[in-house]
Ligand binder design. Structure first.
Ligand code: PGA
Length: 253
């Protein structure tokens, strides 16, 4: 059975003290009993170790990096490798977030390299895809997102692709308060699953978790997550509030 995930993407927010308080509140009010559910804290690099320590083996909670570099190691001042993330206890790494694509020029082919380096260090990539507003307005979102998958992910073999988590995040919904409707999310998620089914097979497609991201809140999470092909969310703004994020965790199916 594929995983359902509530992932908190803190982006470049919070001091260490604020982060510790937030984690404490979330960890003391939430238990994840179902084996196929998980809460992932996608935290800034300096907070990976303290976050991992706070989680302290609590069942079905884990930490993730927000990015990693394409290279294994070496003279790349300011970058963080997949091996480093693994060594401090990260289980996942977010790759291809639209902010990385836009502000740091991450292309589909760079992301293909990052996917490979993450997987070879036993990190699970949470691969982000999603279209800008102009593409949605032209009703070309399916082909746009298909190219993102084709150029970064679909080179993987059928065993490996099942390890990936995909996050569909329409750019027009990120940080805007303008969530995709549950039907829009479901349509795209079903389409993504069809692409995977066509290239691999139905069983493989059914095993890939596909998260929705873009203004997920406590008030809309339940409707979004109840869609057949929506397996949880990648949450920005609302993950900075313990109350909001707790509602989102509780909205997992
Ligand atoms: P948002 O961000 O929830 O603030 O829209 C989502 C994301 O960027 O992952």
């Amino acid at each position: 059975m594929r995983k359902q995930i509530a992932a908190a993407n803190w982006k470049m927010n919070l001091t260490l003290q604020q982060a510790e308080t937030l984690l404490h509140e979330i960890l003391t009010t939430n238990e994840i009993e179902k084996e196929n559910q998980e809460v992932v804290f996608v935290v800034p690099f300096p907070y990976l170790i303290p976050a991992k320590q706070r989680i302290n083996g609590k069942k079905n909670f884990s930490v993730a990096g927000q990015n990693c570099y394409t290279k294994k190691s070496g003279a790349f001042t300011g970058e963080v490798s997949a091996e480093m993330l693994k060594s401090v206890g990260a289980k996942y790494v977010v790759l291809g977030h639209s902010e990385r694509r836009e502000y740091f020029n991450e292309t589909n082919s760079v992301l293909a390299e990052k996917i490979d380096v993450a997987l070879s260090n036993d990190l699970i990539p949470i691969f982000c895809c999603g279209e800008p507003l102009s593409i949605r307005e032209a009703d070309r979102q399916n082909e746009y997102v298909e190219v993102q998958l084709q150029e970064s992910l679909l080179q993987l073999n059928s065993e490996t692709i099942q390890k990936i988590v995909i996050a569909y995040e329409p750019i027009w919904a990120i940080g805007t308060g303008k969530t995709a409707t549950a039907a829009q999310a479901q349509d795209m998620h079903a389409y993504l699953r069809t692409i995977i089914q066509t290239i691999y097979n139905r069983e493989v497609a059914e095993n890939v978790s596909i998260l929705y991201g873009g203004s997920v809140k406590g008030s809309n999470a339940k409707e979004l997550f109840s869609q057949a092909d929506v397996d949880g969310g990648l949450v920005g703004g609302a993950s900075l509030s313990a109350t909001e994020f707790t509602q989102i965790i509780q909205a997992l199916k």
